[in-house]
Ligand binder design. Structure first.
Ligand SMILES: [Zn+2]
Length: 499
């Protein structure tokens, strides 16, 4: 069977050092990934572009970098500790564990057809959809376990006391208790030192609202931005880095006066969608999908997802829409909750109008790993260079701003002083902060193709003419056209092209 586009991208990502499976030599760890030498550059460039466009290029946004472990009461106020859990169900037929809220709907008491054990050649069976109104997403069976809650936050303990010892000390006492009381007793021990890895970066901005207001002397409308890791103990993980338990977010909380929130919500929808296309993403593979009333979080007034059409394999074939970023109007919910839990006045006082209010929040929350995966998929292309010779080149058409390597430098041959000149050019570019790569091995055509495959926008070749005329050849990745430019001022030449 021919390889799918997604399989090709996964294999290129590994072969060329974009994405590796975590702890691979130990057999890997489910849904954990490492970024290789090129992947880390790609992701950094995306995060840097976000920071530059969201923070540095604006007067109304400042940044923050909060700790991953926060006071456990933050998660009580935010609702994560109580409500941040998925209803989980096990399929008794194929043993799949899945989220009830994501399962395919079916009319209760209607017939459902599936195969024994979920196997393709399994015996054909006929079942009945239960009162829950959904079936197994893998095999279609309606023979399912009851729903159980499962907290998505990673719990750990903070402090010098090992809760294991206290639990051991308590074991004798708890034997006499019934199941519920036993659980409560154990929880009362664990809770004393329990802390959580943050499931989102957003709460860091809310709890620092007053600190930022006072120290940076901001006034609404203004935003606080943060880029950092978050953790969710997801049940279903899939498609390379699309859904992982550890992920990096690029979040902005934009505080506005109530009544102006709808205007700002519209503004950020457009601004954030435009950001992806400004970095070269194909607008035909992007869409805005508004949440309907049933999808909205109880505190949100409106929410929209920016989705990208990923080349993921699915039974229907032809890819799948996946969320890159959510933009929500969170109203004054978060600030009010933290005010309630802390007793602090989390509001803004406008001196001119003597008006005090709790700002509304517009939140564009993007995933750095998802954006990286989307840009990688979007850049992937196979181009027939010469159909008769069956010559196809693989090229990643990254926007120069996010390309991991900007310039590759080659000596045409490994003699006549060409390698020395080429190394000199490489050093000059690196000293200018332009990520460059020197390569002297193999035929020149092969070297071009290797750089195409990792998305390097320009290749510079030092040849016999360089030595006599002081010029070099610049070859364009996308058009494959070549031109000659003077070797002097080469760093400035690429600086200008990167602007
Ligand atoms: Zn099943």
């Amino acid at each position: 069977m021919a390889e799918s586009t997604m399989q090709k991208i996964v294999s290129l990502a590994k072969r060329r050092g974009f994405i590796f499976q975590s702890s691979e030599i130990y057999g890997g760890l489910k849904a954990c990934y490492d970024y290789g030498p090129l992947g880390v550059e790609l992701k950094r460039n995306i995060k840097d572009a976000w920071w530059r466009d969201t923070v540095h290029r604006r007067e109304d946004v400042v940044g923050l970098d909060c700790s991953i472990i926060m006071h456990p009461d933050v998660w009580k106020a935010s609702g994560h500790l109580a409500g941040f859990s998925d209803p989980l169900v096990d399929c008794r037929n194929c043993k799949e564990r899945f989220r009830a809220d994501k399962a395919p709907r079916a009319e209760p008491a209607s017939k459902t057809l599936y195969r024994e054990g979920g196997k393709k050649d399994g015996k054909k069976l006929e079942g009945v959809v239960g009162p829950q109104g959904y079936v197994c997403p893998v095999c279609g069976s309606g023979d399912l376990s009851p729903e159980r809650q499962f907290n998505l936050m990673f719990r750990t303990s903070l402090g010098p006391v090992d809760p294991m010892q206290e639990i051991l000390d308590a074991v004798d006492d708890i034997h006499a208790l019934d199941a519920k009381a036993r659980r409560e007793k154990l929880w009362s021990i664990i809770e004393q030192t329990a802390v959580y890895l943050r499931p989102e970066t957003a709460q860091g901005m809310f709890v620092n609202f007053l600190n930022v207001l006072n120290s940076a002397r901001m006034k609404p409308p203004f935003g606080i931005a943060q880029c950092g890791k978050s953790y969710r103990n997801e049940i279903t993980t899939s498609n390379l880095t699309f859904r992982t338990c550890e992920f990096e977010q690029m979040e902005l909380e934009f505080f506005v006066e109530p009544g102006t929130d709808e205007k700002w919500y519209e503004y950020w929808r457009k601004t954030r969608l435009d950001w992806y296309t400004s970095l070269g993403m194909n607008p035909g593979r992007l869409r805005l999908r508004d949440h309907d009333q049933s999808e909205l979080a109880h505190y949100a007034k409106a929410c929209v997802d920016i989705e990208y059409f990923f080349p993921f394999e699915n039974p229907q074939g032809g890819g799948e829409w996946g969320e890159l970023e959510g933009i929500a109007n969170r109203t004054d919910y978060d600030l009010k909750r933290h005010a309630e839990f802390t007793g602090k006045e989390l509001s803004y006082f406008e001196t001119e109008t003597k008006n005090r209010y709790v700002p509304y929040v517009i939140e564009p929350a993007a995933g750095a790993d998802r954006a990286t995966l989307a840009f990688l998929c979007d850049a992937y292309d196979e181009e027939a260079v010469d159909a008769e010779k069956n010559d196809v080149r693989t090229v990643l058409r990254f926007h120069p701003r996010i390309a991991p390597v900007k310039v590759a430098v080659f000596p045409l041959v490994k003699k006549d002083g060409m390698p020395e000149k080429a190394k000199e050019v490489t050093r000059e570019l690196l000293a200018e902060g332009i990520n460059s790569f020197y390569d002297e091995s193999g035929a020149i055509g092969r070297r071009y193709r290797r750089m195409d495959e990792v998305g390097t926008p320009w290749c510079v070749t030092i040849d016999t003419d360089t030595l006599s005329s002081g010029t070099v050849t610049v070859r364009e990745r996308d058009s494959m056209e070549q031109s000659r430019i003077p070797m002097g001022g080469i760093a400035q030449y690429f600086r200008n092209r990167l602007k």
